[in-house]
Write a protein that binds this ligand. Structure first.
Ligand SMILES: N=CN[C@@H](CCC(=O)O)C(=O)O
Ligand SMILES: [Mn+2]
Ligand SMILES: [Mn+2]
Length: 311
């Protein structure tokens, strides 16, 4: 990994992956912890231990513990058929109040990993993770038309106020950097959780929005948006904010959803996006372990991570 840009950022090496083994059942007993850090794997994992953006966004701190909790929940999941392995590159850790230096370090790391891997999965962190994820993809693919698919109750296009950039501003920041060719779809938006100013801005910027109401039974309503972005873009950055899920399943986020989009619908959306063959980069954000006492949200995040590594 590249050197951290300043002393508020450090790198925590990947932990040892450990878990259950069942040798008595023969060869096909691999779990994710068995295939972590295997030579030749073309999938990479990196964490962003940061909740500075959530705190600035008046949210609940805790997302900095997200990467470790997701890894732990992943370890004993079965290794999917056809996934030979993945490399874990540890965490970029931000200690300060400004997420910027951490996002920059994450971006450098992601860019490096994209050179050697077909897909990189980032474990956040608050949704400020997205700025680092996107910077890494842009650095690795300077000429690509990037499409962004964000599965989220919120568009996260808040203007930057006195507090500075936060977990509510990442896609505003990306739009500021590249207003031309801003290809952004938000799937699962909850009208009640966003002011009209934000939905107006989304409309003004040509953001594709599919409401949570349209995604209660199945994922059909999201397919045209996914297919259109795939047709327009060379590569897709897929971001999954766990607060899109109902609070009954994902209580451990800063801003839990009363309604939310059911997990089977989120999974069908993921499969459709992965089936485009254009996902080089994905992230899972907003897990807050202190608000997840039973570890349920981490388990849901782990299922999503497994799918994103495999698909
Ligand atoms: N990451 C973004 N989160 C939401 C949080 C809203 C809330 O705390 O109620 C947002 O900024 O819109
Ligand atoms: Mn978000
Ligand atoms: Mn959200």
């Amino acid at each position: 990994m590249n050197d951290a840009p300043n002393d508020t950022v450090s790198h925590q090496p990947a932990p040892e992956w450990q878990g259950r083994s069942d040798p008595e059942d023969g060869a096909r007993t691999l779990r994710l912890h068995h295939i972590a850090n295997r030579d030749g794997a073309d999938r990479a994992l990196i964490g962003f231990a940061c909740d500075a953006g959530v705190i600035r966004n008046q949210g609940q701190p805790g997302a900095a513990q997200g990467p470790q909790a997701i890894r732990q929940a992943m370890a004993n999941l079965s290794a999917p058929e056809g996934l030979p392995g993945f490399h874990d590159h540890g965490d970029v850790v931000l200690a300060g109040e400004d997420p910027g230096p951490g996002q920059q370090a994450l971006g450098l790391a992601v860019a490096g990993l994209l050179r050697d891997h077909a897909r990189v999965l980032v474990l956040g962190g608050g949704h400020e993770t997205a700025v680092g994820s996107w910077q890494g993809l842009r650095a690795a693919l300077p000429d690509a038309r990037i499409g962004i698919v964000n599965i989220d109750a919120h568009p996260d296009i808040r203007a930057i106020g006195a507090a500075g950039a936060s977990s509510g501003t990442p896609f505003f920041q990306i739009h500021q950097t590249e207003p031309e060719g801003f290809n952004y779809a938000v799937l699962g938006l909850a009208a009640e959780a966003n002011t009209l100013a934000l939905t107006d801005r989304a409309q003004e910027w040509g953001v594709t929005v599919v409401a949570d109401h349209a995604l209660q039974r199945d994922a059909e309503a999201a397919f045209p948006a996914i297919d259109a972005i795939a047709a327009r873009c060379d590569t897709i950055y897929l971001s999954v904010d766990l607060d899109v899920l109902p609070a009954s399943l994902a209580p451990g986020v800063s801003s839990p959803a009363a309604r939310g989009v059911p997990l089977h619908v989120v999974e069908a959306i993921l499969d459709r996006v992965l089936a485009t063959g254009k996902v080089r980069l994905a992230d899972i954000v907003e897990l807050s372990p202190p608000h997840d006492p039973a570890g349920l949200t981490a388990r849901v995040a782990a299922l999503i991570a497994r799918r994103l590594l495999a698909g």
